[in-house]
Ligand binder design. Structure first.
Ligand SMILES: Cc1cc2nc3c(=O)[nH]c(=O)nc-3n(C[C@H](O)[C@H](O)[C@H](O)COP(=O)(O)OP(=O)(O)OC[C@H]3O[C@@H](n4cnc5c(N)ncnc54)[C@H](O)[C@@H]3O)c2cc1C
Ligand SMILES: NC(=O)c1ccc[n+]([C@@H]2O[C@H](COP(=O)([O-])OP(=O)(O)OC[C@H]3O[C@@H](n4cnc5c(N)ncnc54)[C@H](O)[C@@H]3O)[C@@H](O)[C@H]2O)c1
Length: 532
């Protein structure tokens, strides 16, 4: 594809310029036959997927949410060209294997839970659980059954060339791509690493040979094992335990190396999830690791299918558990293996770090950037897309000779302003510091805490419970962090993010009056705790 002019200018986010296309994947999927069908703009042909141009203004390696947005922002409103190189599916981990399928699996049981606690509705559904086949079908609709053609269509429509194959840096501004048509590309302005992370499997004897599930199997499950051993106590492990139990896993044992679940959230929030696991009969073993795994009949039966016969797992608490599947959720490592970092003086296969312009530290000059999980900051889709927007804007500014003396050219939100929602039962929505991390960072903080019990929460559903905490920096009387743990609290966190990023003093927040009767009235209760 050659140079183009007159493209749409940058919007607030990559998604809003997918004009005329069904929003999907990391943004909003085209998920039912009722959804609009893509118009016949920019038909993708084999010529488009792999053009003959070898020089691009910008080369992005990795077509996940971060890579897509970086490419988009770097060229939007200009005649610059971009290549987006992807060795699997355009849309990345988030669209097919992580955020989208996992949240699609979790939501139906949440709705059922709400209905079960709503007089006038509960009488109709008490006896029923989720309909597993329909839940899996809805999940498949959200992941487009791992067909990325509409993502490619979007890229093509806005002037990004999608190249299929594994990319490797071969020198400054030089990238080779293997695949059907191996070629070497050159970048005029920038190369962006957006390769994400891959799941790690601990080195316990017999574990790898047992072919355990990783998060890819758990999010794309097609068979529901009756007995599962889940390894890990982080976000992936806790969300996975939630949907496995909801979908009918009968015996679920969670092996946690540390002393608690979710070590990076407020202790009260982690304790609420632990309590809920207990109530659902999930057996959580803290300070425990796998000592040995034996599985005679391990077979690669495919993603989300049970990988052979029963496995016998010896744990270092002296117990033995027999299960039908093992799920490993024990963390991830940056996808930098075989990426050629060694060719430009960086450590081959190692993690990268970046400065606030998203330039890779240790690289010679400003041509090499990293965004998303591989950048080593917050491993979250929204933060990767944010970094990508900053990175794309920086590339554009440098290409056009503009100076970078403007806040939009620095990824400052990566520092202590990161929001996250953990979609467990209860949900945990947080931004910024916990009380402990604030104190560890040297802040003098006051913590305001209340239970989530206002008219809005009582009206929302009969079993609404939760707890909220604001971490207040005494020096500025502004928020350093906020955590909400409770029923459907996800949407509460953005108000906290705005207050934190905007450095709104608490005296000013008093005048931000929450509407009645909404769950947001918890803000009033929190501020009331400070009244003399
Ligand atoms: C189970 C699970 C659930 C999650 N849920 C959430 C959630 O609810 N909310 C949230 O914010 N985050 C969530 N995350 C995290 C989220 O998935 C990541 O933060 C996000 O996918 C990172 O985007 P990325 O573009 O940096 O990388 P990725 O999405 O991993 O994309 C990287 C792409 O690069 C490609 N690639 C890698 N190396 C090469 C190469 N050498 N050549 C060509 N292509 C290459 C890969 O194939 C991939 O498509 C979840 C993660 C998991 C595992
Ligand atoms: N809703 C969301 O925002 C969401 C959902 C899923 C994942 N994510 C993000 O994806 C990233 C990856 O999440 P994750 O949960 O895979 O990683 P993680 O690093 O957060 O958690 C991994 C856990 O596994 C444990 N562990 C490691 N080795 C072990 C072993 N040998 N035995 C037992 N336990 C072991 C660790 O102690 C840790 O608690 C995180 O940044 C997370 O925030 C976000």
């Amino acid at each position: 594809m050659g140079r183009r002019t007159g493209r749409a200018g940058p919007g607030a986010d990559g998604s809003d310029l997918r004009r005329g296309l069904p929003a999907r994947g990391v943004n909003r999927p085209n998920r039912s036959s009722a959804a609009p069908h893509p118009p016949t703009v920019g038909q993708v042909s084999s010529d488009t997927v792999g053009s003959d141009h070898d020089t691009f203004d910008v080369i992005v390696i990795g077509g996940g949410p971060a890579g897509e947005n970086a490419a988009h922002y770097a060229i939007a409103g200009s005649d610059r060209t971009a290549a987006l190189i992807e060795h699997e599916l355009v849309g990345g981990e988030c669209s097919y294997w992580a955020c989208m399928p996992s949240k699609a699996l979790l939501r139906p049981a949440q709705i059922l839970g709400a209905a079960r606690h709503m007089p006038g509705v509960e009488e109709k559904i008490t006896a029923y659980g989720v309909h597993v086949a329909d839940v899996l079908a809805r999940r498949d609709a959200f992941t487009h059954r791992r067909d990325d053609s509409s993502q490619v269509l979007w890229a093509d429509a806005i002037g990004i060339d999608v190249l299929r194959g594994h990319a490797r840096i071969t020198g400054r501004c030089a990238v080779s791509v293997d695949g059907d048509r191996p070629r070497t590309l050159r970048a005029r302005h920038a190369v962006v690493l957006a390769t994400g992370t891959v799941a790690t499997v601990p080195d316990a004897p017999g574990l790898r040979a047992a072919l355990p599930w990783t998060s890819r199997d758990a999010t794309n499950l097609v068979e529901i094992p009756r007995r599962v051993l889940l390894v890990g106590g982080g976000v992936v492990a806790c969300e996975t335990a939630t949907w496995l139990r909801q979908l009918g896993v009968e015996e679920l044992t969670v092996v946690v190396r540390g002393a608690r679940l979710l070590p990076r959230v407020e202790p009260f929030a982690a304790a609420a999830v632990t309590d809920m696991f207990g109530r659902h009969g999930i057996d959580v073993r803290f300070r425990t690791e796998i000592r040995n795994v034996a599985r005679d009949d391990a077979r690669d039966t495919g993603i989300g299918r049970i990988h052979g016969g029963p496995a016998t797992v010896d744990l270092d608490d002296g117990s033995t558990v027999e299960v039908d599947e093992i799920v490993v959720a024990a963390g991830r490592r940056p996808a930098t293996e075989g990426l050629g970092l060694g060719a430009v003086g960086l450590e081959a296969g190692a993690a990268t770090s970046v400065d606030d312009h998203l330039n890779v530290t240790g690289a010679d000059g400003t041509w090499l950037y990293a965004v998303g999980d591989v950048a080593g900051r917050a491993a979250l889709t929204h933060m990767g897309k944010y970094q990508a927007r900053v990175c794309g804007d920086v590339i554009a500014a440098r290409a056009e000779g503009r100076d970078l003396d403007h806040p939009r050219y620095r990824a400052t939100a990566d520092h202590d302003q990161v929001p996250q929602v953990i979609f467990t039962e209860p949900e945990i929505a947080s931004v910024g510091h916990t009380a402990a991390s604030a104190r560890a960072a040297g802040l003098d903080v006051e913590v305001l805490e209340v239970d989530l019990a206002v008219a809005g929460s009582a009206l929302a559903r009969d079993d609404f419970t939760g707890h909220a905490a604001l971490v207040v920096d005494r020096a500025t009387d502004t928020l350093a962090g906020a955590t909400f743990a409770g029923t459907e609290v996800a949407e509460l966190v953005h108000a906290a993010t705005v207050a934190l990023v905007g450095k709104v003093p608490l005296d000013t927040l008093w005048h931000a009056v929450p509407a009645y009767p909404t769950v947001s009235e918890v803000w009033l209760r929190l501020l009331e705790t400070r009244r003399p």
